[in-house]
Write a protein that binds this ligand. Structure first.
Ligand SMILES: [Zn+2]
Length: 354
């Protein structure tokens, strides 16, 4: 591994490589970007490149003693600070200060990586600020955070900021195929769900989740033409297990969000933009659903979104599982596919008479 092997962060990587070419390196960096965008991987590769004993083109060689120790997680000059419980506490910063009495053991720099820097308690953040104001020689700080606004502005202003972008769907899909051995189809579907985050992609790629969201979409789209005889058995089958239903409702929410995006893009009457929106959708919606979403009043879709959110809150306080799902499914059927469009034939071919 090396900095050049970081995927999807061309701008951040080329900036860091430019930094490595210079004589003096800033003593503190802030890497920001959403969870799973590769902040830690980039920090580790930067630490490796800066301490490499025989760098190639200002990047790590991957084979020297320093590079190998970093690979094995035993490099004495790379220190991780992560939250102890909900916060990073003052004691942890004090522990850190003790180390600064000594020079780095082996490397040119001691690299201190502060994970989730937004979790610094204020008193700990002030402790860190003091260090950053008078940085000890040969120490390099890399703070990782989702958003720079989550940190004290006084800390941010002491850091060289590097923003990591959400990864493109294509890159996430390629990663899933390579690392998780998924088929191209599944990888593309999950990449859309993952919104540029490898971590989310990894979570969604668990087999039962893939099947879970596919089944949810199938059930939602099936509501269009379902008969009343099939409706209740379908819901009672779905209602097996609180945990899976709660997770499924997350998918339903994303699905309704897709409908809203589609509706709003359609209203703009701008074909190019509408195409862009379709590419941004989480799920692949079938033609009938797209058509339905494009033609209902947008307020209906907002009501649906709210219904799903209420259902999710209800389940957290032990609402009846089956009735909650029935409510959501009936609302989708009414507000999206139109009231009273019950199919008069059940799947078993029985004609219904009302
Ligand atoms: Zn090396």
């Amino acid at each position: 591994m090396a900095l050049s092997s970081i995927v999807g962060q061309h701008r951040a990587v080329s900036f860091l490589k430019r930094v490595l070419k210079k004589e003096t390196v800033p003593h503190a960096f802030l890497f920001s970007g959403m969870t799973g965008s590769g902040k830690l991987a980039t920090a580790m590769e930067f630490a490796r490149a800066i301490n490499c004993l025989s760098p190639r083109d200002h990047d790590a060689c991957g084979v020297c003693e320093s590079c190998r120790k970093l690979d094995e997680g035993v490099h004495p000059d790379v220190i991780h600070v992560a939250s102890d419980g909900a916060f990073i506490k003052l004691d942890q910063i004090r522990e850190l200060v003790k180390r600064f009495r000594f020079r780095p053991f082996e490397g040119k720099f001691r690299v201190v990586i502060i994970h989730d820097a937004q979790k610094l308690m204020e008193i700990a953040a002030n402790g860190l600020l003091k260090i950053l104001e008078e940085p000890p020689e040969a120490n390099l700080f890399i703070l990782l955070a989702v958003e720079s606004q989550m940190l004290l502005p006084t800390i941010v202003s002491r850091c060289c900021q590097v923003r990591l972008q959400p990864l493109e769907d294509r890159i996430v899909a390629e990663w899933l195929m390579r690392e998780e051995g998924l088929s191209a189809d599944s990888a593309a579907g999950i990449a859309r769900l993952a919104e540029g985050s490898i971590e989310k992609a990894r979570w969604f790629s668990r087999q039962e989740l893939i099947e879970g969201w596919k089944k949810v979409v199938e059930r939602l789209e099936g509501l269009d033409r379902i008969s009343i005889l099939d409706f209740f058995p379908m819901v009672s089958d779905w209602a097996k297990g609180r945990e899976t239903v709660e997770r499924d409702l997350e998918f339903v929410k994303l699905w309704v969000r897709d409908l809203i995006l589609l509706r709003v893009a359609g209203a703009r009457n701008d074909e190019k933009r509408a195409e862009g929106t379709i590419a941004a959708l989480t799920f692949e919606l079938n033609a009938r659903t797209r058509q339905a979403a494009a033609s209902v009043p947008v307020e209906h879709l907002f009501v649906l979104y709210q219904r799903v959110e209420l259902a999710m809150q209800g389940l957290k306080v032990n609402a009846n599982l089956q009735m909650t799902l029935e409510g959501v499914c009936l609302a989708i059927k009414d507000y999206l596919y139109g009231k009273g469009n019950w199919n008069s034939f059940s799947k078993r071919g029985q004609a219904l008479s009302f």
